[in-house]
Design a protein. Structure first.
Length: 333
C-alpha cells in the first residue's frame, strides 16, 4: 500500500470482523497503518466463537499490500485485553491507536430483562472498552516515563441509544453512555502522557442495527449504481482514521456521524441555573422548575429525521388547525 496519513501507526481495532470494525480496519490499513484485527467471531448476540472472519479481514488487508494480524482475544477479559496489547506491540513494535468497537445486543424491556442479558451487554461494551484502554494507557504511560514521545489516540464507540435512549435497550444504552464517561476520564488522565481520547456515535448498516429491525428500508443499499449509500459503514471510517492520526487536534470530543452528516455534541451543558435564599422547599421547586425543565434529547435529532410531532404537523397541519381528528387521536395525541 502507498504511504498515507496513518503511515507508521499501529492500530488495534476491536470487533473488526464485520460492519463498522471491518470498515475501520480496511480504511486505516489503506492509509498506511498496521492493523490488529480483533474479533471473537461470535454472533450479534455474543454467541459462539469463530476465528475465520477476523483472519479473513487480516488476509484482505495483506492482499492489498498492507500489514495485519488477526486476534481472537476477549476484550472484556482483563488479562486477555492485556495480552492483546502485548501481541500488537510484539508484532509491530509499538501501539499508537486503539479503536474500541466490539459490541453485542440483547434487547428486551427492563420488566422482562434477565440478569444475564444485562450483564453480558454491560460486560462486552463497557468492560470491553475499559480493559483494552487500561492496558494501552499503561503502555503509553511507561513509554512516556522512559522518555519516548507519545502521540496516541483512543477512539471509543458510543451510540444514540446512550445519548438519547432507545426503547428496549436499557442495557445497551447504559453501557454506551458509560463509554462517554470512560472516554472523558481517559482524556483527563492520558493528557500528561500524550494520549487523546474521543467518542464516536455511528449511524450505519451493521449486524446490530439490522438485527433491531430487519425491515428498516433506510438501511438498505441503494438499488441504483452510483447513488450514495448513506448507510455504508465505510462512511464512518474516515473520521476514525482522522482521530487516529499522529497530529490530530481532537480530544475529549463526542461526534455523531452517519452518511455525509457529522454532529459535534456537547453532552453535559448546563441549561439553566436556579437559586433560592436558603434550603430548597417543595414550593420553591414547584415555582422554579414547573415549565422550565430541559427537554430530553430526541433520537430523531441525532439521525436527522423529523420528530413524530413534526411529521404530524406536516401531514395533518390543516386538519389540526380545524380541530379535526388525526389517525393518532384528536390533535395527534
Amino acid at each position: 500500500m502507498s504511504r498515507g496519513r496513518l503511515s507508521g501507526r499501529v492500530a488495534i481495532v476491536t470487533g473488526a470482523a464485520h460492519g463498522l470494525g471491518r470498515a475501520h480496519a480496511l480504511y486505516m490499513a489503506g492509509q498506511g497503518a498496521r492493523i490488529v484485527v480483533n474479533d471473537l467471531g461470535g454472533s450479534v448476540h455474543g454467541e459462539g466463537r469463530d476465528s475465520g472472519p477476523a483472519e479473513g479481514v487480516a488476509e484482505e488487508i495483506r492482499a492489498r499490500g498492507g500489514e495485519a494480524i488477526a486476534s481472537g482475544h476477549d476484550v472484556a477479559d482483563w488479562h486477555q485485553a492485556q495480552e492483546l496489547v502485548r501481541v500488537a506491540i510484539g508484532a509491530f513494535g509499538a501501539l499508537h491507536v486503539l479503536v474500541n468497537n466490539a459490541g453485542i445486543v440483547r434487547d428486551r424491556t427492563l420488566a422482562n430483562m434477565s440478569e444475564a442479558e444485562w450483564d453480558d451487554v454491560i460486560r462486552l461494551h463497557l468492560k470491553g472498552h475499559a480493559a483494552p484502554t487500561r492496558h494501552a494507557m499503561a503502555y503509553w504511560r511507561d513509554q512516556h516515563k522512559q522518555g519516548h514521545p507519545v502521540k496516541a489516540s483512543i477512539v471509543h464507540t458510543s451510540s444514540v441509544s446512550g445519548l438519547a435512549g432507545i426503547f428496549g435497550q436499557a442495557n445497551y444504552g447504559a453501557a454506551k453512555l458509560g463509554i462517554v464517561a470512560l472516554s472523558r476520564v481517559a482524556m483527563l488522565e492520558g493528557a500528561r502522557y500524550g494520549v487523546r481520547s474521543n467518542v464516536i456515535s455511528p449511524s450505519a448498516r451493521t449486524r446490530i442495527t439490522t438485527s433491531m429491525d430487519g425491515s428498516q428500508e433506510s438501511l438498505l443499499p441503494p438499488e441504483v449504481d452510483g447513488v450514495f449509500d448513506s448507510s455504508d459503514p465505510a462512511n464512518v471510517s474516515p473520521l476514525v482514521g482522522w482521530l487516529g492520526e499522529e497530529n490530530c487536534p481532537a480530544t475529549g470530543q463526542i461526534f455523531h456521524i452517519g452518511g455525509n452528516r457529522l454532529l459535534s455534541i456537547k453532552l453535559t451543558e448546563i441549561v439553566r441555573e436556579f437559586r433560592v435564599a436558603g434550603r430548597w422547599t417543595a414550593d420553591d421547586l414547584d415555582r422554579e422548575l414547573s415549565g422550565n425543565m430541559a427537554e430530553p434529547p430526541s433520537i430523531e435529532a441525532f439521525l436527522g429525521r423529523p420528530t413524530l410531532g413534526q411529521r404530524l404537523e406536516e401531514l395533518y397541519g390543516d386538519a389540526r388547525g380545524a380541530g379535526q381528528t388525526t389517525p393518532h387521536g384528536r390533535d395527534g395525541r
